[in-house]
Design a protein around this ligand. Structure first.
Ligand SMILES: Cc1cc2nc3c(=O)[nH]c(=O)nc-3n(C[C@H](O)[C@H](O)[C@H](O)COP(=O)(O)O)c2cc1C
Length: 383
């Protein structure tokens, strides 16, 4: 049992330790400002950005944290002195999402500043072991873009938070999620202290380089084709009351109303925000539909159609000197996207009818209670 006077001493010691910690941060900090720009579907990358900004504030730096789609250069007009710019994003298909890459290509503010590029990726926890996700080219491609634009890279840094890819697997259990957040919060704050005091930090990114190189070709496949197909796997079930939350919250404005039901356009990046934040659990990944179309494509439609299309494409592309394999891949995948898009429109129309709506819902894993949703936990109390 701790007596009242001992408690008072402990509290004062904690205040003193906090003060000394902040003093050492501010003495070591090489920057006056931090501009933190993130892409986040379910909140992981946003939370990491907040942790880094918190460390920067403790060091006395001016900070501005914003989502990439809300960034306004006027909001950093008051920045004077040296600025660190940090980009943090979710990883999609071993790369950054298309809209974040496009944002970085167009980014021109504070030319010549130092840059941090970070990603959050699908980590796991097995017993006491924290396992990493895979970045692929998610750090190297944006780094190259920013170097070519004249910025200096001070760090590449992945953070392995719970996977939000609920179309593939149910969300992790709360206990595991909380322990991953505790673990990576303290590591990220330590990292922020180091990088803001001028250290270059690349080790954690480079350790996984051989694996990242191995999956790099998949990043191209996902970027040019896979993401379009995934955009065609979402549908609402009978619980949808047309509240419009998914439409207003979608950062890429990819959800529209068609026939009074939400409809996902090809610009959807499958960030999973809509599905995980829907208060009615009304958004499903249509697993049965996806597999039926996939098998129909592989076994029936695609070989037959692509033969005919190849004949035409060969005549068209031959002059451009493209090889048979390249033309074949383009033809096959373009057909796949076209067929998925047409079938999706058909399914969307059919789902107006109760029978089809139920058929689709009951054959989607995401409909059932055991398939947990995921979003980053709310900010810690002790911040
Ligand atoms: C469509 C999609 C693709 C993903 N691809 C990868 C990947 O290639 N590698 C990886 O480690 N994690 C991948 N993930 C997991 C997310 O990057 C990870 O959960 C991230 O922390 C989510 O961040 P956010 O909550 O800020 O959106 C993917 C998730 C989705 C939805």
């Amino acid at each position: 049992m701790i007596a009242g006077s001992e408690l008072l001493i402990l509290t004062r010691l904690k205040i003193l330790a906090d003060y000394l910690y902040k003093l050492s941060l501010s003495m070591n900090s090489r920057y006056n400002n931090l501009l933190m720009i993130y892409y986040s579907g379910t909140g992981n990358s946003k939370r990491v950005s907040e942790w880094i900004a918190e460390t920067a504030s403790e060091a006395g730096m001016k900070t501005h944290v914003t989502s990439y789609d809300q960034f306004n250069p006027e909001s950093i007009a008051g920045f004077t002195g040296k600025t660190m710019i940090a980009f943090f994003s979710a990883t999609h298909g071993f790369n950054l999402p298309h809209s974040m890459l496009r944002f970085m290509v167009r980014f021109t503010s504070l030319k010549g500043s130092d840059i941090i590029i970070g990603n959050t990726r699908a980590g796991m926890k097995l017993s006491r072991l924290f396992l990493p996700g895979l970045s692929g080219i998610a750090l190297y491609l944006p780094a190259l873009i920013m170097i070519l634009k004249g910025y200096r890279i001070r760090s590449l840094y992945p953070v392995d938070l719970p996977s939000n890819w609920i179309s593939l697997h149910p969300g992790l259990k709360k206990k595991v999620i909380d322990s991953m957040f505790d673990h990576y919060r303290s590591l990220t704050k330590k990292y922020a202290g180091n990088v803001l005091s001028g250290q270059r930090v690349f080790l954690k990114a480079f350790i996984m380089l051989p694996f990242d190189l191995l999956v790099a070709p998949l990043a191209l496949g996902y970027y040019f084709f896979g993401r379009y197909i995934l955009a065609k796997t979402f549908l609402t079930n009978g619980h949808c009351d047309n509240c419009g939350l998914c439409i207003s919250q979608c950062t890429t404005h990819s959800i529209i109303l068609v026939g009074n039901r939400p409809f996902w356009k090809l610009t959807c990046e499958s960030c999973m925000k809509c599905m995980n934040y829907c208060p009615k659990r009304a958004i499903e990944t249509t697993h049965s539909f996806f597999f039926i179309i996939l098998f129909a494509l592989i076994w029936l439609v695609n070989p037959f159609l692509s033969e005919k299309m190849m004949f035409l494409a060969n005549r068209f592309f031959k002059g451009a000197g493209a090889s048979y394999e390249v033309i074949h891949t383009i033809v096959q995948w373009s057909l796949a996207i076209l067929i998925f898009t047409i079938s999706y429109r058909l399914m969307h129309t059919l789902s107006k009818y109760t029978f089809f709506s139920r058929l689709i819902s009951y054959t989607s894993f995401t409909y059932w209670k055991f398939w947990r949703r995921y979003k980053a936990p709310a900010r810690e109390q002790r911040q």
